[in-house]
Design a protein. Structure first.
Length: 339
């Protein structure tokens, strides 16, 4: 199968902390869907054909997505406001950037963000020009135009109708990333980090690419016991930042494999270094879960730094910051509280 096999360390506890924070601060009881089956056996964020090879695991995939669709439909019908689905994962990009940054995935790639979301703004410009009235059908057409391109089409449609922009919603002073910054957690995209952070140094970029190029994420202990790295590639091509030529990365040694952190691979395919600033950023564009859920409710992939999620002592403050930031985001752009 082609799904992800690494663990999202600590995200179950963090998700439970978010649900508890919502219950404590409001009368709303959120839906909480947790997959307890290891991602080495099943990846529910891939389409069914690539999620697993075992029939029992595929039945779990069917059950998971049936429950998710039911929860999304119930949430959408419970309020006139846009409901929100949060898909939690973790990543270890601090190894290359030196920063613990929360990555907010909305289908837009790092290149889209570097270009100021111009492609998406151009896509909806004609529709948004006609969406200034109160005709709900016009708003529905705008939402339909955004679906498949942006994971929170209902919130974006409301912002566009008010004369705002996608870039402002993602990278402005009233963006979710900026609100998280104000609560003490660095996030991208935001006004502070409108694009994903660049690499700390070139050597770290090459090493990180070699870590991700291991097709089955062979663990160091297993490699040590077997005295071999199964299917490990001999080389990995890295796009040069300043020219069209390529440089070759040598494979990792066993000592380097021992340093490989958890949570560095997520729901996107292994990303290629873009032609502008080299970065890794999980946009959610390859997530089957996000793409199906956003057709019913606004959806967001939240990639937490693994150094935060694996420490239970951070869950409560991180969960509270996320809940408060989402509440403020809804209040700023929808003129009311979401809870």
């Amino acid at each position: 199968r082609l799904g992800v096999r690494v663990r999202d360390t600590g995200t179950k506890g963090l998700a439970a902390s978010v649900a508890l924070d919502i219950v404590r601060t409001s009368a709303v009881r959120p839906h909480l869907l947790v997959l307890h089956l290891s991602r080495s056996r099943l990846d529910v964020n891939r389409d069914r054909a690539h999620a697993a090879s075992d029939e029992t695991a595929l039945r779990v995939w069917d059950c998971y997505h049936e429950l998710l669709a039911s929860a999304c439909s119930a949430a959408a019908s419970a309020t006139a406001l846009p409901a929100l689905f949060l898909d939690f994962h973790c990543q270890g990009h601090w190894k290359a950037t030196g920063l613990d940054v929360i990555e907010l995935g909305t289908f837009l790639t790092g290149d889209d963000l570097q270009q100021g979301c111009t492609r998406l703004n151009q896509l909806v410009s004609a529709e948004s020009a006609d969406a200034s009235g109160e005709d709900p059908l016009t708003k529905d057409r705008l939402v339909a135009k955004l679906q498949g391109e942006f994971s929170m089409p209902r919130l974006a449609a409301a912002v566009l109708k008010q004369g705002g922009s996608i870039a402002g919603l993602l990278q402005g002073n009233d963006s979710l990333g900026t609100l998280l910054d104000e609560h003490g957690f660095l996030a991208t995209p935001s006004s502070t980090l409108p694009t994903p952070p660049g690499w700390k140094k070139e050597g770290m970029l090459k090493r990180f690419l070699r870590l991700l190029c291991c097709p089955r994420r062979v663990k160091a202990k297993a490699a040590k016991n077997q005295k071999a790295l199964l299917e490990f590639p001999r080389q990995a091509w890295v796009s040069s930042k300043e020219e069209d030529s390529h440089s070759i990365c040598s494979p990792l040694s066993e000592s380097e494999m021992e340093d490989a952190p958890e949570g560095e691979e997520s729901d996107d395919d292994v990303p290629a270094a873009p032609s502008r600033t080299p970065h890794f950023y999980f946009s959610g564009s390859k997530s089957h879960t996000l793409r199906t859920a956003h057709l019913i409710v606004d959806s967001l992939q939240v990639e937490f730094p693994c150094r935060l999620t694996k420490r239970p002592s951070t869950w409560e403050s991180l969960a509270h910051a996320l809940v408060e930031s989402v509440c403020e985001l809804w209040a700023l752009h929808l003129d009311c509280e979401p809870l």
